[in-house]
Write a protein of this length. Structure first.
Length: 95
């Protein structure tokens, strides 16, 4: 299993609609990405979040599936509009 964890610090121009769209679109990957086992997103509730207010976790069958997700057209479409609105952090590991 391969685990992908991410967090976003939203830039000031990000609207509540943008934030809701991001959560919706990321969860929708569950039905479109081969090898994606599950997706969870939500507000970062940690008191040590360092400004990262949005968090997510994805589990993949293996690293190859996670690598394929990175270049998948659905993921690329999300990044096109989302990246200008966030300061992201990512953590990946095999379990």
């Amino acid at each position: 299993m391969f685990i992908h964890i991410f967090g976003f610090r939203w830039k000031p121009e990000a609207t509540e609609a943008d934030k809701a769209r991001a959560a919706h679109d990321i969860v929708a990957f569950r039905d479109h990405i081969l090898g994606l086992i599950d997706v969870h997103v939500g507000p970062n509730l940690s008191p040590h979040g360092q400004g990262y207010t949005f968090a997510g976790l994805m589990t993949f069958t293996d690293k190859a599936a996670a690598d394929a997700y990175t270049t998948h057209p659905t993921h690329q479409a999300l990044l096109k509009w989302l990246l200008p609105l966030i300061d992201p952090v990512e953590l990946d590991f095999e379990a």
